[in-house]
Design a protein around this ligand. Structure first.
Ligand code: ADP
Ligand code: MG
Length: 258
């Protein structure tokens, strides 16, 4: 199977990017796929939520992107059955370090190619982008085959989408022609109201975006999973949020095969 790299991006914080990366990663691993998750957020929430304390790490994604360390030196196996390229707060400096570097947009793409050349194959690489449209997000989009845009369906949630799509457009033009928007993924979805559906329909029509099904329902269990150091798929196997992520994963697999 070829590698499919997806950037999970939205410059708005709190829209469930990290939760989506951890949950989809676990769901794809359950389906027998080999998965690498890359934490591109200096806050290192993904790293924490997979049970790893960034303070304990000598090396992290920062060293791969700016110091030339081989990705295989940094990757950790997690209990969720996925591999992780972890982040630490040092990644905050990478943004500045990279700004003056030639080829900065290609650092993540290069790291994934290095892995393949070293004979380490993944079916999926999921990139947990930071809440900005800076160098790291652009490098993530440059490495990606597709973008998933998690979106909380509230009245004002469309405001950042146009800006994100402008960035995608620039990336397509200058650094990665094959980049495709796979769609918006409705998160923190409150199915009891018609409002969420209406907002979602408006956004997908305005920007001509596909909607990835099913929406991920809002459930309290998500708040508890990171503290356990496991994804919700492990802590609450039959939770409706976990089930929704499994369905989304199955749909992504179908799309990959097409
Ligand atoms: P981002 O990475 O976009 O900033 P997170 O994945 O960190 O967003 O999620 C933000 C907060 O929302 C976290 O506290 C997370 O536990 C919570 N959360 C995510 N998805 C859900 C959900 N489906 N239901 C309830 N809470 C959720
Ligand atoms: Mg996050």
């Amino acid at each position: 199977m070829t590698t499919t790299t997806l950037a999970i991006a939205n410059q708005k914080g709190g829209v469930a990017k990290t939760t989506t990366v951890a949950s989809l990663g676990a769901a794809l691993a359950e389906l027998g796929h080999k998965v690498l998750l890359v934490d591109l957020d200096p806050q290192a929430c993904l790293t924490f939520s997979l049970g790893i304390d960034p303070e304990d790490l000598e090396f992290s994604v920062h060293h791969v992107l700016t110091k030339g360390l081989a990705p295989s030196e940094v990757i950790i196996e997690t209990e969720d059955g996925v591999d992780l390229m972890p982040a630490t707060i040092e990644l905050a400096r990478a943004e500045a370090d990279l700004l003056t570097r030639t080829g900065r947009e290609h650092v993540i793409k290069g790291a994934i190619e290095d892995l393949e050349e070293a004979g380490i194959h993944y079916d999926w690489v999921l990139l947990d982008c930071p809440p900005s449209l800076g160098v790291l997000t652009v490098a993530g989009l440059t490495a990606a085959d597709g973008v998933l845009i998690p979106l909380q369906c509230e009245t004002l949630s469309h405001r950042g989408v146009g800006q994100l799509l402008d960035t995608v457009h620039d990336v397509r033009k200058f650094t990665n022609r094959k980049l495709k928007v796979w769609g918006v993924l409705p998160t923190l979805f409150d199915g009891r109201t018609n409002h969420s559906r209406t907002v979602l329909e408006t956004i997908s029509e305005t920007y001509e975006l596909d909607v990835i099904e099913p929406p991920i329902p809002k459930t309290i269990k998500f708040a508890e999973a990171p503290a356990a150091g496991r994804s919700i798929l492990a802590t609450n196997k039959s939770n409706k949020g976990a089930m929704a992520y499994r369905e989304v994963a199955a749909n992504l697999v179908k799309r990959k095969k097409k």
